[in-house]
Design a protein around this ligand. Structure first.
Ligand SMILES: *Cc1c(COP(=O)(O)O)cnc(C)c1O
Length: 429
């Protein structure tokens, strides 16, 4: 909708996706129905042939889910989007919609642990090979990772939990000079802080479980397509997009659906066959979260900035990583790519005394609680070496960019003075 494209992000957060007609519910309704009714057999047949737009079974599409996907698509400035039941499903679909057995893709090495596992173990079993690269390497160095069968490039705008900031323009140049699209997981900054399409990314993914939901109620994911990548320019490289699909009477997605072809294919093939659809009720909760995303994200970042500055000055702290600190190696890049230079509300740090000191500190926190989650309203904390990365030796941890003493501190939207007081009492114990 052109009206939505022109509105500011704050307005899109509140209003995009659902525009009620006369007498309809002002609030996005929950279409808690597996199925949808038609008047004759031909109407339904046209849906199965992708000749007509509409709903028939919630495993493929549901109106509540689609309204929320449309909101996120508007926020990212894309042309089409879809919700998935988790961030994991979003990243799997985003890559698998392009790559098939025998193909290869390039991924940044410092990415979320679940995604690393998906790419390095599970997708290999499907015959899709990945090369992990150091995202801070030169373009010349990075170009060495490409092969004739490379089909896409993947990275996170701000990596979880390492917090490295991606130079999106560099990665977009690299992908495009090899004739492939760039997929960016934009979970941590959200479109409030960064819109990767403006820097050349082609496809954006999200774990909506984090800031978008914002209250830790619902696991979910989203894929948004910019519509900018020209699949037909290298048609032989992307047969799934450009050649006839035998499971849809020989229809070719890039030709039949133009700029929306990528998302239509992900819905018609992958959602049909794998079925990782969110429940409409979860989409409704996600939409409530999105309505305040523009208020919450800046508050998370303000609080995180103050906490990072407090930690940097504290002599019990060995190191602090937050791109809002002038001492941070990503400071300049964050200023350029992020609104107000703000990346996200997650800060990582280590204490003098190493791993054992970090564990003791965490056990003494009262307001901040230990949970396997980031990026919700409540301040939370995790020690990756003891939790998410527990299986790794100290040597493997360093290879993954996760220092053994690393504390992942997800700053909430409480009063920052109370959070700092909690950190202080735990440091002094
Ligand atoms: C959490 C996370 C995921 C996985 O999302 P789920 O919703 O937990 O499946 C993917 N990418 C990033 C950056 C994440 O933080």
């Amino acid at each position: 909708m052109s009206k939505e494209k022109k509105a500011n992000l704050e307005t899109l957060c509140v209003q995009a996706g659902w525009t009620p007609k006369k007498g309809e519910s002002r609030v996005l309704p929950i279409y808690q129905s597996t199925t949808f009714k038609y008047d004759n057999t031909e109407q339904m047949a046209d849906l199965f042939d992708l000749k007509a737009d509409g709903y028939f079974y919630t495993r493929l599409q549901n109106p509540t889910n689609d309204a929320v996907a449309a909101k996120i698509t508007a926020l990212e400035g894309g042309v089409a989007g879809m919700l998935t039941s988790s961030g994991q499903a979003a990243n799997f679909y985003a890559v698998f919609n392009i790559c098939e057995a025998g193909d290869h893709f390039v991924s940044a090495a410092s990415i979320y642990g679940g995604t690393f596992n998906l790419f390095s173990v599970t997708m290999k079993k499907l015959g899709i090979d990945v090369t992990f690269v150091d995202q801070d390497a030169s373009e010349e160095e990075l170009a060495k990772a490409f092969r004739p069968n490379t089909k896409c490039v993947f990275a996170e705008t701000v990596a979880n939990p390492v917090l490295s900031v991606l130079d999106i323009e560099k990665f977009a140049r690299l992908a495009h000079s090899h004739g492939v699209p760039l997929i960016v997981d934009n979970t941590f900054p959200t479109p409030i802080n960064c819109r990767p399409f403006e820097f050349g990314a082609d496809i954006v993914t999200h774990s909506t479980s984090k800031y978008m939901d914002g209250h830790a109620t619902s696991v979910g994911g989203c894929i948004v397509d910019s519509g900018n990548f020209d699949w037909d320019a290298n048609a032989d490289n992307f047969p799934g997009m450009t050649k006839p699909d035998p499971s849809y009477h020989g229809l070719a997605y890039s030709k039949a659906f133009g700029k929306k072809g990528y998302i239509v294919k992900a819905t018609a093939q992958l959602m049909r066959d794998f079925g990782s659809i969110p429940s409409p009720h979860n989409a409704f909760l996600l939409n409530l979260g999105l309505e305040t995303l523009h208020l919450r994200v800046p508050r998370h970042c303000e609080n995180a900035q103050k906490i990072a500055e407090y930690l940097e000055k504290n002599d019990k702290v060995a190191w602090v990583n937050y791109s809002g600190l002038k001492s941070n190696k990503y400071y300049e890049l964050a200023q350029k790519q992020f609104r107000n230079g703000a990346s996200c509300g997650v800060v990582t740090f280590g204490l003098k005394g190493g791993r054992d000191e970090s564990i003791k500190f965490m056990d003494n926190l009262k307001l901040a609680c230990i949970v396997t989650h980031v990026a919700d309203a409540r301040t939370s904390v995790l020690h990756p070496a003891s939790h998410t990365h527990r299986q790794l030796t100290d040597e493997q941890l360093l290879e993954a960019g996760v220092r053994p003493d690393l504390i992942r501190f997800s700053v909430g939207i409480e009063n920052v003075d109370d959070i700092i007081a909690d950190i202080e009492q735990a440091l002094n114990k």
